[in-house]
Design a protein. Structure first.
Length: 304
């Protein structure tokens, strides 16, 4: 069991899943507080990292593409206070954070969890019924139907059509876009046979967002709907997963090193994984002390 408790929240790892509980500090975003505790199975993780800072550091989880409907619906556009997969760490707890990272990484290695995309959701998404008021309307979702109601700030051309009810079976995709700079955001539902490029201000199947406090909560509605649509990588999926942003690799300063034979690298890697498993069994049975296990584990991880 590994645990780190901070004002920003508490992360607990039991070997099979991570339990992410938001803190009560005022810096914790409204979306995280409303979403509540998240349980992330080990199989949904692609990686974990810890970034040092002068005053505080940050733990980050990286999930496998397509595992979480929230990340899929928001396209990775959740900002720091609202992102449930980040945790601010005080400088005096850096050692605990590094230990936490080691425990999760070791579990990923021992369980041989792949880091590639998945073809089904591994997290359930927000529970329903759910209703959020923000921007120029209110969106409600009961698991089968989406209801859009307009307020006094809605453009007349859109409000004239009255309240909209969209059956889940008619929705092909959903997208949440936050307001950025002078550009307004939106929550938009693409409906079968009614594709449109109209701005959210005039689209009867979209809510326009202006960057106010409750805007991020619309991402919960997007995730709840996304979780009940066919997965994009499944046979019934309507679209492909968005590609993650990639940073180009720097140009090599000199000639490339000779390639390592693939089979040798794979054999060494498998042998090291087996050794890690053996060490874990020896530690659990009491043959190795905590200190002996830690030293041996670190030596193997350095070789990997």
């Amino acid at each position: 069991m590994a645990e780190i408790i901070q004002r920003d929240g508490t992360w607990t790892f039991d070997g099979d899943a991570l339990r992410l509980t938001p803190g009560r500090d005022k810096s914790v975003g409204l979306l995280r507080r409303t979403l509540g505790e998240l349980v992330v199975p080990l199989g949904a993780l692609a990686g974990i990292s810890f970034e040092h800072g002068k005053k505080s550091g940050r733990l980050r989880l990286r999930l496998r593409d397509g595992a979480d409907p929230l990340l899929l619906a928001t396209g990775g556009r959740l900002t720091e206070p609202h992102d449930p997969y980040q945790l601010v760490v005080d400088s005096d707890r850096y050692g605990v954070a590094e230990y936490f990272v080691d425990e999760v990484r070791n579990a990923l290695l021992l369980d041989e969890v792949p880091s590639g995309p998945v073809d089904s959701y591994l997290l359930p998404g927000p529970s329903v019924p759910l209703s959020v008021s923000a921007g120029d309307g209110t969106v409600s979702f009961d698991g089968e139907r989406v209801r859009l109601e307009w307020n006094w700030k809605t453009e007349d051309a859109k409000a004239a059509a009255g309240t909209r009810t969209l059956a889940l079976a008619d929705i092909t995709s959903v997208e949440w876009q936050p307001a950025a700079g002078l550009e307004n955001g939106h929550l938009r539902f693409q409906v079968r046979g009614a594709a449109t490029e109209a701005p959210a201000k005039y689209d009867p199947n979209a809510v326009e967002l202006w960057g106010f406090k409750k805007d991020p909560l619309m991402a919960l509605v997007a995730a709840a709907v996304q979780a009940r649509l066919p997965h994009p990588k499944s046979a019934g999926g309507a679209h492909s997963l968005p590609r993650a942003r990639e940073t180009p690799a720097p140009a090599a300063a000199g000639p490339s090193p000779a390639p390592v034979p693939v089979q040798v690298a794979e054999d060494d890697h498998d042998a090291l994984l087996r050794r890690l498993r053996e060490l874990g069994e020896l530690h659990r049975s009491g043959v190795l002390t905590d200190e002996e296990f830690s030293l041996a584990k670190q030596a193997i991880l350095k070789r990997m």
